[in-house]
Design a protein around this ligand. Sequence first.
Ligand code: TMP
Length: 234
Amino acid sequence: MKKLEQMYEGKAKKVFKTDDPKLYIVDYKDDATAFNGEKKGSIADKGVVNNIMSDIIFQMLETKGIPTHFVEKLSDRETLVKAVTILPLEVIIRNVAAGSFSKRYGVEEGKALARTVLEFSYKNDDLGDPLINDDHILALELATEEQLATVRKYAYQVNEELKPFFLERGLKLIDFKIEFGLYDGSVILADEISPDTCRLWDVNTNEKMDKDRFRRDLGNVEETYQNVLQRVKK
Ligand code: TMP
């Protein structure tokens, strides 16, 4: 499959058309940003880690009955995916308080939550991805009621599959962000699942094993991404 014209360039990936209108090629970059692009940098071989890790996880989720955009790994940085139209929603699942949740509600990072929390942000860089609720999504026609119900169902299912998957690899899944797309009218999981989009803490030391090392200048960024990939490959 050959790359044709570039469709889209995001902060971490480029998406290309192919000669099949139903398929795109995703090409992962090493560029790293945080705080809506205010902090910029690069993490050596992050693109390789995120591509390979996402492919492994998407294939695992497919075996559990969750439809994803994954078609075929093409190279260390490239994957062939279904040509979805992304729903403009960042779907965040939280098992443990951290990040913007801790800040917003004044809860200590690491505090267990009495229930799983699902949050939506409106995927819009100009607006800084504002938090929105189901009513906002329907009022703004970002998704239909049926699509929204499917997104919620899959998001909780992904969490139930990812928690034991990471725990078996010595990682606690604190929170994560996923995105969905429409393909032939159906909602399927798209984008990526990687240390960029998950908070993962070492189960023994609580060490942060994710993009917070870059966001917060904690050091050992590259080594941490490689460490997570090695664990995921097990
Ligand atoms: P937050 O605590 O900063 O809202 O982040 C929640 C989760 O979402 C965390 O695992 C990191 C991930 N995330 C992204 O994947 N992209 C983003 O732009 C942001 C802000 C968070």
